[in-house]
Design a protein around this ligand. Structure first.
Ligand code: HEM
Ligand SMILES: *[C@@H]1O[C@H](CO)[C@@H](O)[C@H](O)[C@H]1NC(C)=O
Ligand SMILES: *[C@@H]1O[C@H](CO)[C@@H](O)[C@H](O)[C@H]1NC(C)=O
Ligand SMILES: *[C@@H]1O[C@H](CO)[C@@H](O)[C@H](O)[C@H]1NC(C)=O
Length: 330
């Protein structure tokens, strides 16, 4: 019985990794040798003119990969027949600039080598380049992903983390996706860049635990909490108001996020929880003290994320446009 189960488990393991094993860093060497340079040129100019692009792409990539694999399903637009993944309620303002960077790279690539490079690969390369531009580590991205045939808003529920989840829920969500607790902490270091809208942390800074309006989460640094209360004062009328994820070095990819967590400067409840829970705290302390260790672990975790649930062969297609399936009736 036990050996029978072992065989089933081994077979399942092989299927899971077979698609990822087909990817390689030289996948387009013959069919589109300029691919890396073309994507780099496009995202570099986009990031210079619109500095929010980098963080946006990183979050977009994470969401795409956690919902049915890194297959550009998140890039598809809703039409009259289908409410797409990007319009799920959880999309909470995925920034248009990251979508735009991919669309621009796709346009350039379709001129050079039409119908060859998938949108999923473009998003993976763009994200890697942007992390580097922001000051982060360079990691290897293997290529050969196919684009998904489906994208539905309904597929999102339960697949993405939310700031009000308990640590048990966060850990089990990442474990379901085959990421360890340490990898979860390393990936969360992505919150060293970008921002969050006030609604994502409002319950921490106004009327915390049903107390009066000024009561904030006591695990927040008081000056930080007051600054956030001020900044977000009109967030109900203006839901676009946001705060930097990393208040100290908001545009720089560094280990400041972890240092912040240890000083009560974590923006989201889930961020702060990483520094409090005994299962995650030691990793926060390690990365706060040693940026090299953070960059190494983040790189490995991103390489792993970038092949998560990828589709190869006939399981996907090379979309002509990143926002529509080739077969429009799908
Ligand atoms: C651990 C659980 C996580 C939770 C609960 C979480 C939640 C959030 C929330 C609520 C926001 C703000 C969205 C907004 O208001 O627009 C955000 C932003 C962001 N998240 Fe996460 N996230 C998590 C993990 C990750 C991971 C693993 C990555 C990437 C590897 C990531 C990358 C980002 C980035 C880059 C931003 C900033 C986006 C921007 O500025 O446009 N997050 N996250
Ligand atoms: C996210 O979804 C909302 C509706 O749920 C939609 O209004 C918004 O345009 C979507 N954002 C993006 C970037 O597609
Ligand atoms: C967490 O937040 C989401 C979105 O804001 C909400 O739909 C959900 O009900 C909340 N869950 C809990 C346990 O509060
Ligand atoms: C920081 O981490 C790196 C990589 O794990 C390690 O080689 C180095 O010795 C660490 N530095 C310190 C001061 O602990």
């Amino acid at each position: 019985m036990a050996s029978h189960l072992l065989v089933v488990w081994l077979v399942a393991l092989c299927f899971a990794s077979r698609a990822a094993a087909k990817l390689s860093t030289t996948y387009y060497q013959k069919t589109c040798p300029e691919v890396e340079q073309i994507v780099l040129d496009v995202v570099t100019s986009k990031q210079i003119t619109t500095p929010t692009t980098g963080a946006g792409a990183l979050r977009l990539f994470f969401h795409d990969c956690f919902v049915g694999g890194c297959d550009a399903s998140l890039l598809v637009s809703t039409n009259a027949f289908n409410r797409a993944e990007r319009d799920a309620d959880d999309n909470i303002s995925l920034p248009g600039d990251a979508f735009d960077a991919v669309v621009r790279a796709k346009t350039a690539l379709e001129l050079q080598c039409p119908g060859v490079v998938s949108c999923a690969d473009i998003l993976a390369i763009a994200t890697r380049d942007l992390v580097l531009m922001l000051g982060g580590p360079r990691y290897a991205v293997r290529l050969g992903r196919k684009d998904a045939f489906a994208s539905t808003a309904a597929s999102v529920a339960g697949h993405l983390p939310s700031p009000n989840m308990t640590m048990d829920q966060l850990i089990s969500l990442f474990e379901k996706n085959k990421f360890t607790v340490q990898e979860m902490v390393a990936l969360s270091g992505a919150h060293t860049v970008g921002f969050a809208h006030c609604s994502e942390f409002a319950s921490r800074i106004y009327g915390f635990n049903g107390a009066d309006r000024d009561a904030h989460d006591p695990s927040l640094n008081p000056q930080f909490a007051q600054a956030l209360q001020k900044a977000c004062a009109n967030y109900v009328e203006d839901p676009t108001i946001a705060a930097f994820n990393d208040v100290m070095t908001p545009g720089k990819f560094d280990n400041m996020y972890y240092q912040n967590l240890l000083r009560g400067l974590g923006l989201l409840a889930s961020d702060t929880a990483l520094a409090a829970d005994p299962r995650t705290k030691s990793f926060v302390q390690l990365y706060a003290a040693n940026q090299t260790a953070f960059f190494e672990d983040f790189s490995h975790a991103m390489e792993k994320l970038s092949v998560h649930g990828v589709k190869t062969g006939r399981k996907g297609e090379i979309r002509h446009r990143c926002d529509v399936f080739n077969n429009l009736s799908t």
